[in-house]
Design a protein around this ligand. Sequence first.
Ligand SMILES: C[S@@+](CC[C@H](N)C(=O)[O-])C[C@H]1O[C@@H](n2cnc3c(N)ncnc32)[C@H](O)[C@@H]1O
Length: 224
Amino acid sequence: MTSKIKNNFWEDAKQVERFAAREPDNRLQKLVKQYDNPQQIRVLDLGCAGGRNTVFLCKLGFDVWAVDASHSMIKETKSRLKRILPTEALRERIIHGVMSDLSWAADDFFDLLLALGIYHNAHSEGEFRTTLRETARVTTTGGLALVANFAPGFAPEFQELKKIENSKFVYEHSANGNMCLLTADELDAEMEAVGFYPLEKSETVHHESETGRRVTVNALYKKR
Ligand SMILES: C[S@@+](CC[C@H](N)C(=O)[O-])C[C@H]1O[C@@H](n2cnc3c(N)ncnc32)[C@H](O)[C@@H]1O
């Protein structure tokens, strides 16, 4: 499976190290407590990066599948899982591929979808919507989707991104290619269009650091 990523930002060793060093997602750590039989829960970690959530879930016994378009991120995730999963499972489940093409997975395959910091990497409305449709297709009825997506106001290096003319939510980002920044209402509407409804009110969180200003929509959806 080939990558359509337009630059090598995500292949950079520093980014791999930075993402691999992170603790598992806070909301995920709370969510897993509701599953009594992790072995029976199939999870898709979409854009797994350095594997922080994949490794966390595998250690708890969840049946985890992960995909990322960066060879370096996939290599790092596999290397961290070497002592946890057999080689055959690593080859089958830790996949180098793009989020918009999940043709390797059957319909209704996953009980839990993690889309943390990934959907906004779509470069166009077409890629964004195809990805949402694909993730909805592979998520089973009653399955959950834990989502974090950048929103308007996201300003890397404190530079606000400019919305592309005539586009609903695509913004120019010279370093990473275009990005899809959606408000909570817009994200809910796009998710609703593919069959997910919010289980709780989607929240917009603002955070500033030396690398800029992040505005993120945190959401949890259930598949109809
Ligand atoms: C912000 S990181 C994701 C963080 C990760 N989900 C976590 O919680 O640690 C974005 C990841 O998405 C991957 N990525 C970017 N565009 C992608 C695409 N079109 N398909 C699949 N993965 C992509 C990058 O390689 C990178 O590892």
